[in-house]
Design a protein around this ligand. Structure first.
Ligand SMILES: [Zn+2]
Length: 142
């Protein structure tokens, strides 16, 4: 099973962004490295995105595709790549929603979900989508 490493400062930043976006969802991209030998994903930094859906539907999110495209170009040829994305669940648990499962069509992309209330983030968890719309498998945070 793939383990995931997130530096504490990245976790803190995601928590802060979740609190600031509350009661809407925050979202963004996770940049890092895949270690093929140890089957580990090491997150090196997070890149916040505007949530394209924050205005109309506060309980959903969409990462700006232009940001993703720019970032892919920037990282091309280097050791880092886009390894996943994060979003917050205002007043909800850090588990994927039914809507999240519908959107999980990229099996290599890690999902980090942070549970957030008015007082800040309470829990963070990481998941990988299972093939064929089979939901998610939780990835241990190392
Ligand atoms: Zn969600």
């Amino acid at each position: 099973m793939t383990g995931v490493t997130i530096p504490p400062e990245c976790l803190r930043t995601i928590g802060d962004l979740a609190e600031r976006a509350y009661p809407a969802e925050c979202c963004g991209l996770l940049v890092g490295c895949r270690d093929v030998d140890s089957d580990e994903v090491r997150i090196t930094r997070i890149v916040p995105s505007i949530n394209l859906l924050a205005e109309e539907t506060p309980r959903r999110f969409e990462v700006d595709p232009a940001l993703r495209f720019r970032l892919m170009r920037e990282l091309r040829g280097g050791p880092e790549e886009i390894v996943g994305h994060y979003h917050s669940h205002p007043d909800g648990p850090a588990v994927p929603s039914a809507r999240d499962a519908e959107m999980a069509f990229e099996p290599d992309l890690l999902w980090v979900i942070v549970s957030a209330g008015a007082g800040g983030a309470t829990e963070t968890a990481a998941y990988f989508p299972l093939p064929e719309g089979g939901g998610f498998s939780r990835a241990p945070l190392l």
